[in-house]
Ligand binder design. Structure first.
Ligand code: CA
Length: 224
């Protein structure tokens, strides 16, 4: 899952990017409204954290312009304490949720998990596909109840696939959602990751669809 943080307070921006990266997301950062607006319009984020008070273009206008351009990613707005009119304005502009400053990073993480999950049609934070279970709160992956140790990149891949069970996902889409914009992207590395992930899972749930990409499906039950 790939996120965008738009926050002009450099320290806060850095803290958010660090915490989100540790939580297993690929993260891009923007430091003013113009840069944020451009990135949100051109890159496919799974969710965005957007400060309202931004230089160049304010947060509510950035959000409005994304929605007008048909960008539907979930947006979590950061507002100043007790500024209820900001909250109303941001929901009207197309926000999905808000957090009041100062905040605990755990609250941001929990709200983001919920937004990302709901955007892909999941109500529970436990994602299940046949014998595979991913607990998005702890980042634990279980196969038949046994924990599987994954690297952070493997977890990102697994989490993305688990959020989109049954849908064919191209290599390009994976590259766009697993790496931040500064990463040296190469869709061949995706094949390597998928290979490693299959090996670690030890069961046949990630299928290759020739010429199209991959699909995560429960293993076919043995014929009766
Ligand atoms: Ca600000």
């Amino acid at each position: 899952m790939r996120l965008l943080v738009v926050e002009d307070d450099r320290d806060l921006n850095r803290q958010l990017v660090k915490a989100l990266t540790q939580a297993g997301y690929a993260v891009d950062a923007a430091f003013d409204g113009e840069e944020g607006q451009f990135l949100g319009e051109t890159e496919p984020y799974d969710a965005v954290i957007l400060d309202l008070g931004l230089p160049k273009i304010d947060g509510a206008s950035v959000l409005e312009s994304w929605r007008e351009a048909g960008r539907a990613m979930p947006v979590l707005v950061l507002t100043a304490r007790d500024a209820w009119s900001d909250k109303v304005k941001s929901f009207d502009a197309g926000a999905d949720d808000y957090v009041t400053k100062p905040f605990h990073i755990e609250e941001i993480l929990a709200r983001l998990r919920a937004l990302v999950r709901r955007a892909s049609g999941h109500a529970s934070s436990d994602l299940v596909c046949g014998p595979v279970r991913v607990d998005t709160r702890s980042g634990r992956v279980l196969v038949n109840g046994e924990a599987v140790r994954l690297t952070s990149h493997e977890y990102r891949l697994m989490s993305y696939l688990m959020h989109h069970v049954g849908r064919i996902i191209s290599r390009t889409e994976l590259v766009e959602h697993l790496y931040d914009q500064d990463f040296d992207r190469d869709s061949n590395t995706i094949e390597v990751f998928v290979g490693r992930l299959r090996k670690k899972l030890g069961i046949d749930v990630i299928k290759t669809i020739r010429g199209l990409g991959y699909v995560l499906e429960p293993p076919t039950p043995p014929a009766a």
